[in-house]
Design a protein around this ligand. Sequence first.
Ligand code: AMP
Ligand code: MN
Ligand code: MN
Ligand code: MN
Length: 282
Amino acid sequence: MKNIDLHNHSRVSDGLLAPAELVRLAAGNGVTTLALTDHDDTDGLEEAAQEALALGLRFINGVEVSVTWAQHTIHVVGLNIDPGDATLLEGLATIRSGRMERAEKIAQELAKAGIPGALEGALRHAHNPKIVARPHFARYLVEQGLARDVPSVFKRFLVQGKTGYVKHRWAELGDAVAWVRSAGGIPVLAHPGRYSLNHSTMDRLIDEFVEAGGLGIEVVTSNHTRDQAEAFAAQATRRGLLASRGSDYHGPGESRLEPGKLPPLPPQCVPVWQAWGDVALH
Ligand code: AMP
Ligand code: MN
Ligand code: MN
Ligand code: MN
């Protein structure tokens, strides 16, 4: 039985596990094809690929690119990328460069709210100094006893309208898609159901994503309800987009579903892995 999971994080971005540990967990869960898709960085791919080779599962090089579109933060997953592509690597370096400054601002906001030491606290959790992300702050806030767990942090802190939120400008949608295409990859609109967009804005996002060269949409993800998966499957079919499946796993205690433990794609979907030939034979 094929079990393909194309969205996962390691401690190279905001996940908890080392790339090889993630691959071992996925293999234990029966995943046959796995993509590592760390935010804005590709440093974990080599380690993950080696472990996958040793364990006999198919590995797909991936990345999740942070985008600002019409004031919204949107994520574009790039699948089956060439991790050595200079255009992609330069683009990712540009996005990463703003993270430390944003982290300083987040810490200042938290300090104003009576929570000191957050920059140092977050950096202690950031395994890769190039990627300081909100979950690293969330782990510090849990440590400080301000929330029970990481998902609960995001109900009161670090999101728009709450303590410690800092507005930030990421990559342009068209650039993110172009970088992934430059690296020979398939740009996939990540977890569309998570963006708070009304119907017409969502349509406009997908229009612009397709115009820019986007090719796929995440249909089954731990962020989607069953109804959302059905709705985005219909959307993908209508627009001729490839459909992807990925858990968006971040680590023990921080994610609803483990790698591979999610429903199959609705049957009308054209799976993104169809384009990769031998992957489908796994
Ligand atoms: P950043 O790229 O630093 O803005 O961090 C974004 C990451 O924070 C996402 O990839 C998630 O891992 C996490 N995150 C953001 N919002 C939430 C939320 N509402 N609940 C849980 N995790 C979240
Ligand atoms: Mn994340
Ligand atoms: Mn995401
Ligand atoms: Mn993700």
